[in-house]
Design a protein. Structure first.
Length: 204
């Protein structure tokens, strides 16, 4: 049954559109905002508005950034010759939490999935090719979720990388097949990066 306040119901409906937020959780959040000083709710809304309007995507790696180049790509302390290829920004965050990777990233923006109509042309592969040819990359780590679509993506990219003479490795199978990288605990993920395995493709 709807509440008598349409404003309240609209706020609940907006929050339930977020991942993992059901109607009960949304209702509790709206009631929480109403119980706090008005300035807190206004600050929260302004923070989200500022995020949406001003967030950028790094021109090199496609991760989120406040400027045109993200702090990782701009850092002299990172190994610019060691490139980690990931599916999403969430995976960058997961790997950074481990503290075990000191290279740089390239966010594909998805993985190849013919069933969902996602092909190589829909991903950030052209900019990846440029980086591989121009940035002095010596090793590529494929930190992509070990699903069927992920393995397809790894194989496709390895065929692009192989002629360039760049070493290719994958995270070790501490991350179980079929698992999503972003949901792997940081200890397991960190060990999988340290115990990365060479990736070899069959040459016809």
């Amino acid at each position: 049954m709807a509440n008598k306040s349409k404003l309240f119901d609209d706020a609940v409906a907006s929050l339930t559109s977020l991942p993992g937020i059901g109607k009960r959780s949304a209702t509790r959040l709206v009631l929480h905002f109403l119980s706090r000083p008005q300035e807190e709710a206004i600050d929260f809304v302004q923070t989200i508005e500022n995020l949406v309007k001003n967030i950028k995507y790094c021109k090199k790696c496609h991760s989120i950034a406040d400027d045109e180049i993200c702090p990782v790509c701009a850092s002299a302390k990172r190994d610019q010759s060691f490139l980690c290829i990931v599916e999403s920004v969430r995976d960058v965050m997961a790997i950074e939490e481990t503290g075990q990777f000191r290279g740089v990233y390239h966010v594909l923006g998805g993985i190849i999935s013919p069933i969902e109509g996602i092909g190589p042309e829909d991903l950030n592969i052209e900019t990846l090719k440029s980086r591989l040819q121009e940035d002095g990359i010596k090793e590529v780590l494929m930190a992509i979720s070990p699903t069927i679509e992920g393995e397809t993506t790894i194989y496709y990219l390895s065929q692009i990388i192989a002629p360039l003479g760049i070493s290719v490795s994958t995270i070790s199978r501490g991350v179980s097949f079929g698992g999503e990288l972003e949901y792997t605990d940081e200890v397991t993920l960190g060990r999988s990066i340290l115990a990365r395995l060479p990736y070899n493709i069959d040459k016809e």
